[in-house]
Design a protein around this ligand. Structure first.
Ligand code: NAD
Length: 477
């Protein structure tokens, strides 16, 4: 049963200078991709709205920048506690706006955000804000007004990983949420206010990337843009921001490789690899969308994949037994379907799935989780980010060949290696990516996350995630 009708979301408003600012202009509708129902709406904001928010952020900046870092961390910890308290609402919003299943919202909306907030506060509390180098005093200071532009795939988590370190560093922030999944931003704003964050330090302007996103990137009083999204939009943000030479941190797309070595525990490698490939229906920047396997083990891997894939039930995300809901929008469904058709047309072997909705589902943005085998590493489904549950199995001959294929895309975000540990480590060191997980190692919130090549130039999480939002001043005496 779908529970949207029982949910209610606030009327359309930006959040500027510590309060909701009602909006009577055109709206952007928020659509539940499982049902096609409109569940809420947010303002289709303008450049004038951006001006108002930037003004509030500029006015609030000096006071917050001068606040003791320990006091900033204390406020942020209260934000973490508030997110924990409102986790159920955040999860319901995520399901309503992007069709996320319960198994995913339990982690991404409820457990992870407060944990990430606390880890970032830990970093700020032990951070060396000043340092002496000979006769120089090195001082770390906030950059100023930060524009945070986020995608829809992990709505609250993307807000946390940008806004929280920016605040800990002493910046003020204007957030532009994604049009598809904007509902967590309001809850986050209310939580910051309840936590005692001074008015104007955190602001939200809703709207499209072309209007609100570009107005923020171009704004002369915005000192930094921290952007997470597609490589295509990241290029545009960089170009627009370059006119005012503001700092730009980019967290972009990926086409991550999971290299399975001949000495791997095959079942663990296949099951663990598929779990990351299809997490959030493949709508994850670091999804292991390519599985690189020794040619001699290719057929064995495909058989194991068939078995593992049987666990991935697709259906109404409100049904707790379902593992994968719909994709986040009808546009995503069409895009992913086009890639599945392209894979077939390009001659890859279709092992599972294919175009069209899963059996029994006649409406909604559902796709069939799909596996292609014997994929040519130069083909579109092996090169381009699909952002859906589509896995490409690619055979390789030896270590050098595996590394060459893994590094052979424009992306360099994450990757995985399964195999004997020293062997796997040697391969991991040759991968041109910002993160590599060996044998399914667990997530570490203190480790920096970010991309090489066209996956971006920024780092989130940990000490590097805080430093991203700091200037460095040297005072000689
Ligand atoms: P998107 O690029 O379409 O949009 C991301 C955000 O940018 C949205 O808020 C959008 O409104 C805004 N935007 C779009 N065009 C803009 C422009 N010209 N100027 C300013 N802002 C603009 O991406 P999406 O579809 O929301 O998200 C999926 C993409 O995000 C994937 O490519 C995924 O890999 C990437 N992503 C990367 C990471 C990471 O950490 N590297 C994390 C999550 C998602």
């Amino acid at each position: 049963m779908n529970t949207d009708k029982a949910l209610s979301f606030p009327s359309p408003a930006h959040w500027i200078d510590g309060r909701a600012v009602p909006f009577d202009g055109p709206l952007i509708e928020v659509v539940n991709p499982a049902t096609g129902d409109v569940v809420a709406a947010v303002p289709d904001g303008t450049a004038a709205d951006v001006d108002r928010a930037v003004e509030a952020a500029s006015a609030a900046f000096p006071g917050w920048a001068a606040t003791d870092p320990a006091e900033r961390a204390a406020v942020v910890r209260r934000v973490g506690a508030g997110l924990k308290e409102r986790g159920g609402e955040i999860a319901a919003a995520m399901t309503a706006e992007m069709g996320a299943a319960r198994s995913l919202t339990d982690t991404l909306a409820i457990a992870l955000p407060p944990m990430a907030v606390d880890s970032l506060a830990d970093v700020a509390e032990s951070f060396a804000w000043t340092e002496e180098i000979a006769n120089s005093l090195i001082v770390r200071e906030p950059v100023g007004v930060v524009a945070a532009i986020v995608p829809w795939n992990f709505p609250i988590q993307q807000i946390v990983t940008k806004v929280v370190p920016a605040l800990l560093a002493g910046n003020s922030v204007v957030l532009k949420p994604a049009e598809l999944a904007p509902l967590a931003a309001r809850i986050f704003a209310e939580v910051t206010s309840d936590a005692g964050l001074p008015a104007g330090v955190f602001n939200v302007v809703h709207g499209t990337g072309q209007v609100v996103g570009e107005a923020l990137a171009a704004h002369p009083r915005v000192d930094m843009v921290s952007f997470t999204g597609s490589t295509r939009a990241g290029r545009r943000v960089s170009a627009v921001a370059s006119e005012t030479v503001k700092r730009v941190a980019l967290e972009l797309g990926g086409k991550s490789a999971n290299i399975i070595l001949p000495d791997a525990d095959l079942k663990a490698a296949v099951t663990g690899g598929l779990a990351v490939a299809w997490a959030n229906n493949g709508q994850v920047c670091g999804a292991y969308s390519r599985m690189l396997v020794p040619a001699a083990l290719h057929d064995e891997v495909v058989a194991l994949l068939r078995e593992a894939a049987a666990e991935y039930t697709v259906g109404d995300p409100a049904d707790e037994s379902v593992r994968l809901g719909p994709l986040a929008s009808e546009a995503q469904r069409q895009r992913v379907t086009a890639y599945i058709e392209r894979g077939i047309a390009d001659g890859a072997t279709l092992v599972l799935g294919g175009p069209g909705r899963p059996e029994g589902l006649t409406g909604g943005a559902y796709v069939r989780p799909t596996i292609f085998a014997d994929v040519d590493p130069r083909s579109a489904i092996a090169q381009e980010e699909i952002f859906g549950p589509v896995l490409a199995v690619i055979p390789y001959t030896d270590d050098d060949h595996a590394v060459e294929i893994a590094n052979g895309t424009i992306y360099g975000l994450t990757g995985a290696v399964f195999g004997e540990e020293e062997h796997a480590l040697a391969i991991a060191r040759r991968m041109r990516t910002g993160q590599v997980d060996i044998n399914g190692a667990r997530f570490n919130p203190f480790a920096p996350f970010g991309g090489y090549k066209q996956s971006g130039n920024g780092r989130e999480y940990g000490r590097q995630g805080l430093e991203e939002f700091l200037e460095t001043k040297a005072i000689q005496r």
